[in-house]
Design a binder for this molecule. Structure first.
Ligand code: HAM
Length: 419
């Protein structure tokens, strides 16, 4: 009787073979775009105090209301597997006094995140994001730069049918008056709204724009739009972001109904969708969060950033798998004498020490099978080690030459060089 099998938890997946090398390629493209623009890599812990997300992401967001993997550790601390990266990076910015550095401070990440969502294609419970955050400047040029970098990354990775939607949420002050008029409008039309929206009228009325519910959608058609209620400074900030995007040749649509699922945004918000993706069409999104650092106990510090879903990029993009390293030397055993085997093993170590990619039969195949294996993995040279002699075979030229085992590495290096 065999033991019962254990499967990966629902909504999680293993990364194997070609997927692993596509991810490596994605990471190196992201680094190649972000680091020359002044972004430094950051890593934060996979779990944080639950309070960080409750305060940072916001009590009215779906994430905090129902999607967090929260637990108590053995010491009674309330912890949560990170559902997103912005709040943790703001925490790190404050914790390490990064406001004392030259601003803007620019950070990028490629990490896994956790949300307890209903799993489906492109939606997982553990997923990866590549993201970038920049702190310490309100300049609309920083917004535009951030958006241009996201757009460049998606196009470099061949993500198909990408659309960029853009809006501004204004500052919390200018939003106050608008919020009142929207709340009043929603209450006046309460009868046609979905229960979920009705419950959140006073908590977060803007989320009504996000609803799929037909009645709610009809009501929202005629709802007052935040974009028409921006104060002068917010409006001119938005105009400047738009004109810089145009200068950079990035096309976008202004979508006054764009609301993001996280509560920390101020002013610029944006979302990239791909029509190649189906239901879960969001490939990436972000915006400004000018109050978040302060809300997390730091000095008043504006910030802007975005994150894009790695799995969705891989679904909608054309990320070439990084090519497998060629095998330069395969060490084969002519027969199984322990002495020859030890010598062969020594040769393997010597070859690797010299920087060659080298492999050896480790499952006890007969010589003929070892040679066909070497052929199938594309080995350039094969050293056949016997009790009395060693032969080096050039698999491309179909030539072979007996030599002292100590001479093999040098011969392969010389041969490689000649190529
Ligand atoms: P978000 O829109 O929640 O933003 O997530 C960004 C991207 O992560 C989405 O567009 C999607 O591609 C991917 N994603 C989200 N949830 C899942 C999931 N369950 N499975 C697979 N992919 C998923 C944020 O997280 C913000 N922190 C972005 C940001 C950075 N804003 C400012 N700075």
């Amino acid at each position: 009787l065999s033991a019962p099998k254990i499967k990966a938890p629902r909504g999680t997946f293993d990364v194997l073979g070609e997927q692993a090398s596509a991810r490596t390629a994605l990471e190196s493209r992201a680094r190649g775009i972000l680091e020359p623009a002044g972004y430094e890599r950051i890593e934060t812990p996979a779990f944080e105090s639950t309070e960080l997300f409750a305060r940072g992401v916001g009590a009215s967001s779906d994430i905090v209301r129902k999607e967090m993997f929260s637990f108590q550790d053995a010491g009674g601390r309330e912890l949560t597997l990170r559902p997103e990266g912005t709040a943790p990076i703001c925490r790190a910015y404050v914790e390490h006094g990064m406001h004392k550095r030259r601003q803007p401070v620019k950070l990028w990440y490629l990490s896994s995140f956790f949300r307890h969502e209903r799993a489906q294609a492109g939606r997982h419970r553990q997923f990866w994001q590549v993201g970038a955050e920049a702190f310490g400047s309100e300049d609309p040029a920083l917004d535009a730069e951030s958006i241009v970098l996201a757009s460049t990354l998606l196009s470099t990775l061949g993500v198909r049918q990408v659309r960029l939607r853009l809006s501004s949420l204004g500052s919390p002050e200018s939003r106050g008056a608008y919020r009142e008029s929207l709340t009043a409008y929603l209450h006046a039309n309460e009868g046609s709204l979905s229960e979920e929206v009705r419950e959140r009228i006073d908590l977060n009325p803007l989320r009504a724009f996000d609803s799929e519910h037909p009645g709610t959608r009809a009501v929202m058609q005629a709802a007052p739009r935040l974009l028409d209620h921006l104060d002068e400074q917010d409006a001119s900030h938005f105009t400047e972001v738009r004109s810089l995007l145009e200068a950079a040749g990035v096309s976008y649509e202004v979508d006054p109904t764009l609301v993001r699922g996280l509560d920390y945004y101020t002013r610029t918000v944006f979302e990239f969708t791909s029509d190649a993706l189906g239901a879960q069409s969001g490939v990436g999104g972000g915006g400004r969060y000018d109050r978040l650092v302060e809300e997390l106990g730091g000095p008043p510090t504006p910030g802007i950033g975005w994150a894009a879903g790695v799995e969705r990029i891989l679904l909608a993009g054309e990320v070439p798998a990084a090519a497998a390293a060629p095998v330069e030397l395969f060490v084969a055993l002519e027969d199984g004498s322990p002495a020859a085997r030890a010598e062969a093993f020594g040769l393997l170590a010597q070859a690797r020490g010299a920087g060659l990619s080298a492999q050896m039969d480790l499952v006890g195949r007969a010589l003929k099978r070892q040679l066909s294996h070497a052929d199938s993995i594309g080995a350039r040279y094969v050293a056949i080690v016997g009790d009395s002699r060693t032969v080096l075979k050039d698999m491309q030229q179909r030539q072979e030459e007996p030599m002292a085992i100590d001479a093999v590495v040098h011969a392969v290096l010389r041969g490689q060089h000649a190529l």
